[in-house]
Each structure stands twice: as structure tokens, then as C-alpha cells.
Design a protein around this ligand. Structure first.
Ligand code: PNS
Length: 165
């Protein structure tokens, strides 16, 4: 039976690699909720509303995908209240695995009913990370192959605003 999965992250910004993982997850699960963590430990470039807006816009035509914001609190608890069978995480390289392994086992400790599923994006996105996209875009580099045109526009606008300040 196909079931509900949640796909959590900071998504600052949402990249084509994230979209690839979401679409792969939807080949396994009936519904996938992108869970946008509002209060991560990271300081973000985009506000939670901006990130929500970009994910909603990009996934508007992706059947079975929804977006929700995690306003603090534990992901494992969110998974429980949503009735999620799985947490989806994308892994690009071996170095991602240590942190992902730790999180998945902690989440299992907190909620034994949820299983973390790791998916690999298309190989062309294995070196794409939101942090590097932000840095390259800030320095005027071309990131158009790695983000949706809507996100590209938001990045340009954000850095123009910052330059004017
Ligand atoms: O995209 P990121 O920054 O790697 O995502 C990390 C995220 C948001 C999945 C993680 O920090 C998280 O789950 N935060 C919610 C709070 C929580 O449950 N923390 C304990 C995780 S074991």
C-alpha cells in the first residue's frame, strides 16, 4: 500500500535536487508533505514565508505533493501527528551519511513508527547544495541549471535588496 511520507528540510533555497528527491519519493508514496523547518539551527537567507512560497509555486503541478511548516517542535512528533509512515531524506555523497544516520536513529528512538528512507538524486545534482547555490548566486555566478526559474528570480531580488541596504 502506498502511504504518506514527509520530506523535511530547511530548503534555503529549494533546489532542483530537492525537487528530484520529492518526485522520486512520489513514485513510492501516495502523498509526500514537504515539511519546512522554520526554526532550524541555521540562519536562513529566505524567510519561512518566502521558502514556503517558492516550494508551493514549484510543486503546484506535482501531484501528491503538499507543503507544511514545522513551527518548532520535533519532527518525530510531527510525523506521529501526521500519521506518516516515512521520513524522506536525500543523500548526495558519503559525507552526508554520518549526520543522516544519526538523525534517522534519533527519530526512530523518538517515534518507532516512522522509518527514514534515503533517496539519491539524479547524479547531475550530487554536488548541488543550497549553501553553495546561495554563495555562487551572491557572487553573480550562473545557478540556472540548479534551481527553478522562480527561485532564480527570488535569489536575484534578494541580493539586489541586500546590495541596496
Ligand atoms: O535541510 P536540513 O537543514 O539538513 O534539515 C534538517 C532538519 C530540518 C530535517 C532537522 O534539523 C530537523 O528535523 N529539525 C526539526 C527538529 C528536530 O526534530 N530535531 C531533531 C532531529 S533528530
Amino acid at each position: 500500500m502506498k502511504r504518506l511520507a514527509i520530506y523535511p528540510g530547511t530548503f534555503d533555497p529549494f533546489t532542483n535536487g530537492h525537487l528530484d528527491v520529492l518526485e522520486r519519493a512520489l513514485t513510492i508514496f501516495e502523498r509526500v508533505v514537504v515539511v519546512l523547518a522554520e526554526n532550524g539551527k541555521k540562519r536562513t537567507l529566505f524567510s519561512v514565508n518566502e521558502r514556503r512560497d517558492m516550494i508551493e509555486t514549484i510543486t503546484a503541478s506535482v501531484s501528491g505533493a503538499n507543503v507544511e511548516v514545522l513551527h518548532g517542535g520535533l519532527l518525530a512528533e510531527y510525523a506521529r501527528s501526521a500519521g506518516a509512515a516515512a521520513i524522506v531524506r536525500g543523500v548526495r555523497q558519503v559525507k552526508d551519511f554520518e549526520y543522516e544516520f544519526q538523525m534517522s536513529l534519533l527519530n526512530r528512538h523518538l517515534n518507532p513508527d516512522v522509518t527514514t528512507v534515503f533517496l539519491m538524486p539524479n547524479v547531475k545534482y550530487t554536488y548541488v547544495a543550497s549553501s553553495i547555490i546561495r554563495e555562487v548566486a551572491l557572487l553573480g555566478g550562473d545557478v540556472s541549471k540548479f534551481v527553478h526559474p522562480y527561485v532564480l528570480g527570488m535569489l536575484k531580488q534578494k541580493f539586489e535588496e541586500q546590495r541596496e541596504q
